[in-house]
Design a protein around this ligand. Structure first.
Ligand SMILES: [Zn+2]
Length: 350
């Protein structure tokens, strides 16, 4: 695999990142999948970033990429498959389990609300996974705009996650995102009703611009089982707001690779946001720099930059920076496994 890495990227690493990044990074939000996870007869949409690495993004591919882009960091991971309906969720879980040792590498199962609880238990237990990744696309019979947090997992799936103390990585729905009143009440209700489950609100509740994060974290900050991941947030103001208004020991850094491996940057525009794309892929609200006006680096570097700048403006100590980059996620996922380490298949049943 050839890794596109330019002199400009190297310069960013050397001058802005290298001295400030801890030696170990825990990427709490990464999509790793092999080609076999795709349902037979389906293909990637033409501009999907799943094609960036040839239709698969394996653990080996990511570690290889990181060898170039993060040459001095040791990467630890929490990974899960590509959350689309054309993926085989059982096969994706098998792959996530195969690449997880529950020490440095952890994995989640893709879960649809219609998946029977027996199948979900088997997916988690046979593969030694630490939780679920539900997603809007797995909800059937409702349009994207109608889906609420309550639709993403079934009561039986939530009960099982609560019993086992599993992680649930939640991509919140609805156009108003973090500050949507229904989301706000359902986020808090979920955390309270399932206090042993660890609920990770991905992408800081998908608040990619300042007005969407302001005032939006207080409810879940008061819930001790609520976590945030920073995946795809490169906005220094949003990150600094989270660092100031949410318990730092429950903030996890995530990248959303392979999306983060593309060249581009998420930018706030008039109380909205868009992805300015330096490569011809589609990832939601994309605006393409077809004229080549800007020299881009990866979303990944932009995220690291944003986190480091926000850490500085929020006055984080080096120890706190190491916590959000590594210790918080390491503690969280290790605690789900327990002090005895990974158990043999089936032994995890309570
Ligand atoms: Zn993601």
């Amino acid at each position: 695999m050839t890794i596109d890495y330019h002199d400009n990227d190297r310069h960013i690493y050397e001058s802005e990142l290298r001295a400030l990044l801890p030696a170990r990074l825990f990427d709490a939000h990464v999509h790793l999948f092999d080609a076999a996870s795709r349902l037979p007869g389906t293909t990637w949409p033409p501009k999907s970033c799943g094609l960036k690495f040839g239709g698969a993004f394996t653990r080996a591919a990511y570690l290889d990429w990181a060898k170039t882009w993060l040459p001095e960091q040791e990467l630890h991971l929490n990974s899960f498959g590509w959350p689309a309906r054309d993926q085989d969720r059982d096969r994706a879980a098998t792959y996530s389990g195969a690449i997880s040792d529950n020490r440095r590498f952890f994995g989640l199962a893709l879960v649809a609300p219609a998946d029977p609880i027996a199948a979900v238990r088997a997916r988690v237990e046979t593969n030694g996974l630490v939780g679920y990744k539900p997603y809007l696309d797995f909800v059937e019979g409702k349009s994207a705009a109608e889906i609420t947090i309550a639709d993403l997992l079934s009561p039986a799936q939530l009960d099982y996650a609560n019993e086992r103390g599993l992680a649930i990585m939640l991509h919140i729905p609805r156009p108003g995102r973090l500050t949507d009143p229904l989301n706000q009440s359902q986020m808090v209700a979920l955390c309270r009703r399932y206090p042993r489950a660890r609920i990770i609100f991905a992408h800081i509740g998908r608040a990619y611009y300042l007005r969407n994060v302001r005032g939006g974290l207080d409810g879940i900050a008061a819930c001790p089982n609520a976590y945030l991941d920073t995946a795809m947030v490169n906005h220094e103001g949003v990150l600094a707001y989270a660092f100031r208004h949410f318990p730092l020991d429950r903030i996890l850094v995530g990248s959303d690779a392979p999306i983060a491996c593309l060249r581009g940057k998420s930018v706030e525009i008039n109380n909205q946001y868009a992805y300015l794309m330096g490569e011809d892929y589609e990832i939601g609200t994309s605006i393409h720099d077809t004229g080549g006006a800007i020299q881009f680096t990866s979303f990944y570097y932009e995220q690291l930059r944003g986190i480091l700048l926000a850490a500085e403006s929020a006055g984080l100590t080096p120890a706190q920076v190491a916590d959000i980059f590594f210790n918080n996620a390491h503690k969280l996922f290790s605690a789900i496994i327990g002090p005895q380490g990974p158990l043999p298949t089936g032994a995890l049943t309570p």
